[in-house]
Ligand binder design. Structure first.
Ligand code: FES
Ligand code: FES
Length: 187
């Protein structure tokens, strides 16, 4: 599956075919604030676009059954499992990946909380969990226990037993308290 041009701000590519004769589709996406114009095969998954074409490898693939949530990203402000969407379905969308959390070399408070609370062991599930936490705290900065459980129900951790993940989310929620409802910039 050949890579195609992915430079930020590059003009939309004309339709072209791969060596296998599959016609590529030009799409535009904005990922973590950068605009990309890319040509992709219709079968390309969003997670493959992020990892293999845009080199954003923080988004993981942990299953092939839409089960684990390691691939969770935000699309237009809502969590999606990027293994379950085709890249062409993201045409025109705003995507946020785990790489979008840190700013100017400073970790986001969610990232700090996961580290401080030992909310990870192998770390494979962690990017997806942090994106689910981010969306939860944007819409509900003071979630109760059952709201936290519901928000991360689509994310599987095979190592931690979850207790320190809950602790990390509660600590991050303390930081989010000051943010206004729907605030896109809580750090
Ligand atoms: Fe497991 Fe997407 S990789 S749900
Ligand atoms: Fe290993 Fe969650 S820390 S899967």
């Amino acid at each position: 599956m050949p890579k195609t041009a992915t430079k930020p701000g590059r003009a939309r590519s004309r339709k072209k075919s791969t060596d296998a004769g599959i016609q590529e589709v030009p799409i535009r996406v904005n990922v973590n604030g950068k605009a990309y114009a890319v040509s992709v095969e219709p079968r390309l998954l969003l997670v493959e676009l992020l990892r293999e074409h845009l080199d954003l490898t923080g988004t993981h693939v942990g299953c092939d059954t839409t089960y684990c949530g390691a691939c969770t990203v935000l699309m237009n402000g809502k969590t999606v499992k990027s293994c379950t969407l085709f890249a062409v379905q993201a045409d025109g969308a705003e995507i946020m990946t785990v790489e979008g959390l840190a700013r100017d070399g400073e970790l986001h408070s969610i990232q700090k909380a996961f580290g401080d609370c030992h909310g990870l062991q192998c770390g494979y599930c962690t990017p997806g969990l942090m994106m689910s936490t981010y969306q939860l705290l944007l819409s509900n900065p003071q979630p109760n226990e059952s709201e936290i459980r519901k928000a991360i129900a689509g994310n599987t951790c095979r190592c931690t037993g979850y207790q320190n993940i809950f602790k990390a989310i509660r600590v991050a929620a303390e930081k989010a308290k000051g943010a206004q409802h729907g605030d896109q910039v809580f750090r």
